[in-house]
Design a protein around this ligand. Structure first.
Ligand code: PRP
Ligand code: URA
Length: 209
């Protein structure tokens, strides 16, 4: 069973409150999404394996730790997931980046795939799927199913706000996936938006509306 972590760190909670505010403009919104992604990434990389290395300090040689060559990939779900990529790469700059384009049909709320380009060696990598919003869960479930067909080592989902409906659906569809979130909100409304949420993440990041 994958782990589920809703991060209650004060820095994340503070930034999330500004993100939710309807008065926050696109420039600040993008910065906050990226900063929160970095903070979630810090926790999601806690279990990376370490190897012992020798380091020559100015004083002597000592045993020290280094990440044990683990290969990582970040896969944003377009569009809104793009907002989290730079924040992830700030901590794991050598990660490869794949892209999955999914759009929710506004009537059925079902995800429709329009793009998929993943790293060629994804089967050797641990994959971090990123998308700020987990609403019905349809987009994340579909994206992870596409990635699993390519046989990666392990998958983690990093989101910012989830609805209970989406979290339950994702857990059920992909019980092996670890899930990291900044908040678990109250519910979905009749249009599939998270309540209280932050509105349409893609539109707020890219200023399209
Ligand atoms: C949003 C969001 C998620 C999805 C979540 O994307 O970024 O990908 O909805 O909803 P779900 O859990 O019900 O699938 P949207 O389809 O609006 O596309 P966009 O990012 O291009 O705006
Ligand atoms: N997608 C969003 O961007 N926001 C929501 O509240 C639900 C889905």
């Amino acid at each position: 069973m994958g782990k589920i972590l809703v991060m209650d760190h004060p820095l994340i909670q503070h930034k999330l409150s500004i993100l939710r505010d309807v008065a926050t403009g696109s420039k600040e919104f993008r910065t906050l999404i990226s900063e929160i992604a970095t903070l979630i990434c810090y926790e999601a990389t806690r279990d990376l394996p370490l190897a012992e290395i020798d380091v020559q300090t100015p004083i002597c040689t000592t045993k020290a730790k280094a990440i044990a060559g683990k290969k990582l990939a970040v896969v944003p779900i377009l569009r809104a997931g793009l907002g989290m990529v730079d924040g992830m790469l700030a901590l794991v700059p050598s990660a490869r980046v794949g892209h999955i384009g999914l759009d929710r049909d506004p009537d059925t709320l079902m995800p429709v795939e329009y793009y998929c380009k993943l790293p060629a060696d994804i089967e050797e990598r641990e994959v971090f799927v990123v998308d700020p919003m987990l609403a019905t869960g349809g987009s994340a479930i579909d994206a992870i199913a596409q990635i699993k067909k390519r046989g990666p080592k392990h998958i983690k989902f990093l989101g910012i706000i989830a609805a209970p409906e989406g979290l339950n659906a994702l857990k059920e569809a992909h019980p092996d996936v670890d899930i990291y979130l900044a908040a678990l909100d109250e519910k979905l409304n009749d249009h599939g938006y998270i309540v209280p949420g932050l509105g349409d993440a893609g539109d707020r990041i890219f200023g399209t509306k």
